[in-house]
Ligand binder design. Structure first.
Ligand SMILES: Nc1ncnc2c1ncn2[C@@H]1O[C@H](COP(=O)(O)OP(=O)(O)O)[C@@H](O)[C@H]1O
Ligand SMILES: [Mg+2]
Length: 261
């Protein structure tokens, strides 16, 4: 039986035009992300990864093509429907984007306030989220008092507050050391497994893709040059970009017939 696509791109292109130049950041990308999977998008800096992920919730409106979320064409809906769709897609970033003048509790509370959730329910949800991300003790701390890993945990809790279907992660671990990276990836995996949240991970680090992704798409100069199961791409990379990323990205090497070294 065919799996259900939660996000579907149909010939999506995005170009940025100014008087001086025209950049084709995303070129004719078609792909499907299935419900419940962890999907990676890898590529070197400037490949168009951030632009592509921002097209998923229409933070960038494609210049061409269509973006479907749960079967609905986001390029055709009104602003109200677009807002509703966006609430079902949480987002986390490399630089965390927390509100510095609000403490941890208040940061997580923010999207709940915007969504008009009642005070009592907000309290219950925030407590549950703090437990999930293991930050109960830091509820009253301000972002400046937290480590990078702790900040990203707050951002994850905040992204989960409105109970999204999808979490979009743009280089979410790129500012973190390897051990903290692993703990954040483990947390994302736990959220994926226990809550069934679909996760899209953008990264220029091969190791990140290997650790958590089911499938990956490889981008180069705005194009999707390869798409497949993460293991298969590691064993038999077809594109020059995938080959280079494996060569320069280090990480685990899969051996034919199973096992890793
Ligand atoms: N708002 C923008 N205006 C003009 N050019 C942009 C804008 N955003 C991205 N670009 C250009 O699009 C290309 C892809 O950028 P980006 O999607 O950020 O790549 P990546 O995330 O893979 O590093 C780059 O050449 C970048 O300079
Ligand atoms: Mg980027």
């Amino acid at each position: 039986m065919a799996q259900k696509a939660v996000i579907r791109f149909e010939h999506v292109s995005k170009s940025f035009t100014s008087k001086k130049m025209n950049v084709n950041a995303v070129r004719n990308v078609s792909l499907e992300i299935q419900k419940g999977e962890i999907f990676g998008i890898i590529g070197f800096s400037g490949a168009g990864k951030s632009t592509l992920i921002r097209c998923m919730n229409l933070l960038e409106r494609p210049t061409d093509g269509n973006v479907f979320f749960q079967g609905v064409n986001l390029c055709e809906v009104n602003n109200q429907k677009l807002r509703e769709a966006r609430q079902k897609m949480g987002m986390i970033f490399q630089q965390f984007n927390l509100l510095e003048q609000r403490n941890v509790w208040e940061n997580i509370c923010y999207p709940l306030e915007i969504a008009g959730v009642e005070k009592k329910e907000r309290k219950q949800r925030i407590e549950e989220l703090l437990t999930l991300v293991d930050l109960t003790e830091k509820a009253k701390a301000y972002p400046s008092q937290l480590s990078g890993g702790q900040k990203q945990r707050v951002a994850i809790a905040r992204a989960l507050a409105t109970d999204p279907e999808v979490i979009l992660c743009d280089e979410a671990t790129s500012a973190l050391d390897p051990i903290t990276t692993k703990s954040i990836l483990d947390l994302l995996k736990k959220i994926n497994e226990t809550r069934g949240v679909t996760i899209v991970i953008i990264t220029h680090e091969m190791k990140v893709a290997e650790q958590v992704c089911d499938r990956v798409g490889v981008m180069n100069q705005g194009e999707l040059v390869e798409l497949g199961e993460v293991r298969e791409i590691f064993l038999h990379p077809q594109s020059d970009t995938a080959k280079k990323m494996i060569l320069f990205g280090g990480g685990i090497r899969y051996e034919e017939g199973g096992g890793t070294t």
